[in-house]
Design a protein around this ligand. Structure first.
Ligand SMILES: Nc1ncnc2c1ncn2[C@@H]1O[C@H](COP(=O)(O)OP(=O)(O)O)[C@@H](O)[C@H]1O
Ligand SMILES: [Mg+2]
Length: 321
């Protein structure tokens, strides 16, 4: 349904997205996950035909977004990062206007407006001016306008940004409800968002795709991994390199004090025993050791923040052995 190949966008010299390749099948709900500035909105503006790429191509339902923008827009409902809501119209008028722009015939318009109003729970405000609505309601109007032409594809750019927890929960429920009726791509910089609503995740960082897989696979990939934290009596610089040399340890990070260390591992409980043995044998004075299972949040952080600055946040520093 959606095919993106070698998609690249430069703003001047700045490469916002760099050779992205991905596909989304009909009926899938895909989460576009990445920190602010990763390139999510840029990608969405291009695949909805609102902006030209510097190079590469995108197709929706077989139509190239540049050669056939009209065919593409007819099949897409798009919630941009700043929804273009006409503040001096009431909700119903606005939705009907959007439906008209999208080429919905007059006879079907009222029915589709009613459906969008119902799905987004806008019944109580349907005759109110958009200008007078709260942020949460305005966001729902933005989603309603994306839905109103009953498009095959929904592209939602950070649909829950700026909403309170109750409103976030409502939007998540709505997205779950729309599953199966539309092919959906939504973007977010918050992991729980994709965990709650998406079957597949594309993680994007600094304009590049760093991982894409089903939520189940990404979680399983990780489920063997453990984070080990330990405290030693004697701090010694070479301990970092020594730990890094142990098989199964992927990353060694110095902790809050020079005595504390944190290790990312890909192995199971055995690694804890091995680490303990090494420390005792080396005479570092083992004070504490413990481990927790790594979760999806750890992979996300590792993929997107692991290399973000040479000195980390100032308190955690990666040791390169
Ligand atoms: N109109 C623009 N002009 C110049 N740089 C831009 C413009 N829009 C976005 N950028 C830059 O491109 C990168 C990707 O931005 P964006 O796609 O908005 O990321 P995201 O939606 O993931 O936060 C960022 O570094 C951002 O500063
Ligand atoms: Mg954005």
């Amino acid at each position: 349904m959606i095919e993106v190949s070698q998609l690249t966008k430069k703003y001047g010299d700045h490469v916002a997205i760099d050779s992205l390749n991905f596909t989304v099948k009909k009926g899938e709900v895909v989460g576009f996950l990445g920190p602010n500035g990763a390139g999510k909105s840029t990608t969405m503006k291009i695949i909805t035909g609102f902006m030209a790429p510097s190079s590469g191509a995108a197709q929706i339902a077989g139509y190239d977004v540049f050669e056939n923008p009209i065919e593409v827009k007819r099949r897409i409902g798009y919630l941009p990062e700043t929804p273009p809501v006409y503040l001096d119209m009431n909700v119903e008028e606005y939705l009907s206007y959007v439906a008209e722009l999208k080429g919905v015939e007059k006879e079907r318009r009222l029915q589709l407006v009613n459906r969008a109003v119902e799905k987004t729970n806008l019944g109580q405000v349907r005759r109110r001016l958009i200008h007078n609505l709260s942020k949460g309601f305005k966001q729902r109007v933005g989603i309603a306008q994306a839905l109103v032409s009953d498009p095959e594809v929904l592209i939602l750019d950070e649909p829950t940004v700026g909403l309170d927890p109750k409103q976030v929960a409502e939007i998540r429920d709505l997205i779950k409800e729309l599953r199966g009726q539309h092919t959906i791509i939504l973007s977010t910089h918050i992991l729980p968002e994709v965990q709650a609503t998406c079957e597949r995740i594309i993680i994007i960082h600094r304009g590049k795709i760093v991982a894409q897989d089903s939520l189940a696979n990404l979680s399983a990939l990780q489920s063997g991994g453990r984070k080990v934290h330990l405290k030693v009596r004697k701090s010694a610089a070479e301990l970092g390199a020594k730990l890094k040399g142990i098989r199964g340890i992927q990353k060694v990070v110095s902790g809050a004090t020079p005595q504390d260390w944190e290790l990312d591992t890909e192995s199971d409980d055995e690694i804890v025993e091995t680490v303990a043995r090494e420390i005792i044998a080396g005479g570092y004075g083992l004070l504490e050791i413990g481990s927790v299972k790594a979760d999806l949040e750890d992979i996300f952080l590792k993929l997107t923040y692991g290399d973000s600055s040479p000195n980390g946040s100032g308190q955690r520093m990666e040791v390169h052995a």
